[in-house]
Design a protein around this ligand. Structure first.
Ligand SMILES: NC(=O)C1=CN([C@@H]2O[C@H](COP(=O)(O)OP(=O)(O)OC[C@H]3O[C@@H](n4cnc5c(N)ncnc54)[C@H](OP(=O)(O)O)[C@@H]3O)[C@@H](O)[C@H]2O)C=CC1
Ligand SMILES: CC(=O)N[C@@H](CCC(=O)OP(=O)(O)O)C(=O)O
Length: 341
């Protein structure tokens, strides 16, 4: 068994990871950590999440600087489910020993330091780690993930968007001039567990935000190798993302070429489901899948693809575990596929 711990375990993605790891056949969930001054230090995870009572009564341990240093040699695998700033600060220490680190934050996703500073609001000070970090889009980068010391697990919107766009890009079907347009709606858990006015119950009503300025725009563009227009929306539901992606394909591209592109990318991948109808959020919430469906107007060359995921699972914890499975030689879907039943 690989010895594993979660830092930031009291948060929404950390708790989902704990639930997945507790049932995994190859990873031992040995400890849960919160920040040193956390108001939740010393509580049980099940004190915060009542559904875990009797199932996951593990304590949330405060993480001191000394303890942090020990983790790198004590654990085989460390999940960072922490804010970008904390991951940025701690990743160097945590990767100094034998441990492999899966970082769920955005701290190591953007290779360009100037773009990083513009979108994250602080300067990147770990150039070597940033250079070596592998972008953990698990359905696409298995080869690199297998060798990685630090995996930058993608954001939730980029996961939904790129799963829809990558097959079209790889097969050379996208029109060179027209930027893909992504409109996506996320549930409120995407904003994390901490109280904030814009995510409080009476304030949330379907609304665009981060227009032409969200940090996931450069993340999607960097991975796709072309610019996109990305507009996120906050919806009044707890979890899930529905991304509607509109692209123009090259002149003459047929519906069967589009279907072939998706089939060749995903037909033997159990974590991406090619659906025969438009996916609904309720059909993926609580699961580790990404569901896709599309329609091409062959006359105009406009293609609309919808992509649905659970932001906390395929968009965060499940993708991190998929990366860990790949890294440690388990089947990519180990501990993930059965969660839907
Ligand atoms: N929610 C989502 O849908 C997604 C989130 N992500 C990313 O994953 C990471 C975790 O997100 P999420 O679970 O939603 O966040 P939460 O706010 O729900 O949880 C954050 C966790 O980090 C801990 N933490 C907070 N501040 C610090 C700090 N300064 N130092 C150390 N630990 C700290 C918190 O506990 P405490 O403060 O008590 O120590 C808590 O355990 C973030 O980087 C987020 O951007 C990625 C994809 C999707
Ligand atoms: C609804 C909501 O607020 N969603 C978050 C994205 C969550 C995510 O993927 O986060 P990171 O890129 O920060 O890891 C946001 O728009 O900031």
């Amino acid at each position: 068994m690989m010895k594993t711990c979660i830092v930031g375990a009291s948060g929404y993605t950390g708790a989902e990871l704990a639930a997945l790891l507790a049932k995994h056949p190859g990873f031992e969930l040995a400890a849960l950590f919160v920040s040193q001054g956390s108001q939740d230090a010393g509580k049980l995870l099940s004190d915060l999440y009542g559904r875990f009572t009797g199932l996951l009564d593990m304590p949330l341990q405060p993480l001191s600087q000394d303890r942090l240093t020990q983790l790198a040699t004590e654990y085989d695998l460390i999940f960072l489910a922490t804010p970008h700033e904390a991951s940025h600060e701690w990743a160097a220490t945590l990767t100094a020993g034998k441990a492999v680190v899966m970082d769920l934050s955005g701290a190591f996703r953007l290779k360009d330091k100037d773009i990083f500073a513009r979108f994250y609001g602080f300067a990147h000070e770990q150039p070597a780690l940033l250079q070596d970090a592998v972008y953990g889009l698990a359905d696409w980068h298995g080869e690199k993930i297998r060798q990685a010391k630090l995996v930058a697990v993608p954001g939730c919107y980029p996961t939904a968007s790129l799963t829809a766009l990558k097959p079209l890009q790889v097969c050379g079907l996208l029109d060179e001039q027209q930027w893909p347009v992504i409109n996506a709606v996320s549930g409120v858990s995407g904003a994390g567990r901490k109280a904030a006015l814009n995510s409080s119950f009476c304030e949330v009503s379907l609304q665009a935000y981060g227009v032409l300025g969200h940090r996931h725009q450069p993340e999607i563009s960097a991975e796709l190798g072309r610019q996109v227009i990305f507009t996120p929306h906050l919806g009044n539901f707890k979890r899930g993302i529905l991304a509607t992606v509109t692209v123009k394909v090259k002149a003459g591209v047929t519906a069967s070429q589009v279907s072939d592109a998706y089939a060749s990318a995903y037909q033997s991948n159990p974590m991406v489901r090619l659906r025969s109808s438009w996916p609904k959020i309720d059909e993926v919430a609580g699961t580790c899948y990404c569901d896709l469906h599309w329609k091409l107007d062959e006359n105009s060359g406009h293609l609309v693809v919808t992509s649905a995921i659970d932001n906390l699972l395929k968009g965060a914890a499940a993708q991190a575990l998929q990366c860990a499975n790949i890294r440690f030689g388990f089947a990519p879907e180990s501990g993930l596929a059965e969660k839907a039943l």
